[in-house]
Design a protein around this ligand. Structure first.
Ligand code: DHB
Ligand code: MG
Length: 219
């Protein structure tokens, strides 16, 4: 098959059907956020499953998510921490937070999830640290601020996942005027240069086009 966004999407659907399968609470969360008119920028099912597996592989019990949107990735994370685990998720838009609250509760993991409403730069300094895994998926312009807080609120061994590092390959353009691409590049540079992190990144193609994620550990 020729490489094209349609082919990537078809292949992603096959992988999701084969490895993730039907999931009524997650599908309901997606339907709710589509009905509310939220942008379709939540993680793809295979990526949600990856987050879930990373939490379980690392044994993380305290998870921080920056950027709740409609709670789709939050549900994946909350399932993985187990009944004694906790997810703190930060969302700037109170309407999104209310929608997420309903979907997370309906998925049966509401007692594990604490939604904090406000911009990351205001909410993050108020949190108590000790997070074992941090998922950063919010405004790309603030990636370096979020990475700094992830290190401060984590500990040696904390896993950091940063979404959207590919952006259609635009990250190689150092003449870009796109603030999201600039924020993404600055986040990647920080992961490479800041001695608090050891990191890599993978490009992906799939339902969300050409993008990718970085994975880091706090040294
Ligand atoms: C955008 C944000 C995301 O978190 C994502 O996964 C895809 C796109 C965006 O703001 O363009
Ligand atoms: Mg994202």
């Amino acid at each position: 098959m020729d490489s094209s966004p349609a082919a990537w999407s078809l292949t992603d659907s096959f992988l999701a059907d084969t490895l993730v399968g039907p999931d009524a609470p997650l599908e309901a969360a997606l339907a709710a956020q589509r009905a509310a008119g939220l942008p379709a920028i939540e993680v793809a099912p295979v990526a949600g499953k990856l987050l879930n597996l990373l939490v379980r592989i690392s044994g993380a019990r305290r998870v921080l998510e920056i950027g709740t949107l409609g709670g789709y990735s939050t549900i994946w994370l909350a399932r993985a921490v187990g009944p004694e685990g906790r997810v703190v998720t930060v969302e700037a838009e109170s309407d999104n937070a209310m929608l997420a609250r309903a979907s997370i509760d309906a998925a049966g993991v509401g007692d594990r999830v604490d939604i904090r409403i406000g911009r990351g730069a205001e909410v993050l300094p108020t949190l108590v640290g000790g997070f074992d895994l941090v998922f950063i998926d919010a405004d790309k312009e603030s990636n370096t601020i979020y990475l700094d807080w992830a290190a401060k609120l984590g500990h040696p061994g904390t896993v950091i996942v940063l979404d959207n590092i590919g952006r259609d390959g635009e990250i190689v353009r150092d003449d870009t005027a796109d603030s999201k691409v600039i924020g993404t590049r600055e986040g990647l540079r920080m992961l490479g240069e800041d001695p608090r992190f050891d990191a890599t990144a993978l490009q992906t193609v799939g339902a969300k086009g050409w993008d990718g994620f970085a994975i880091a550990v706090v040294v």
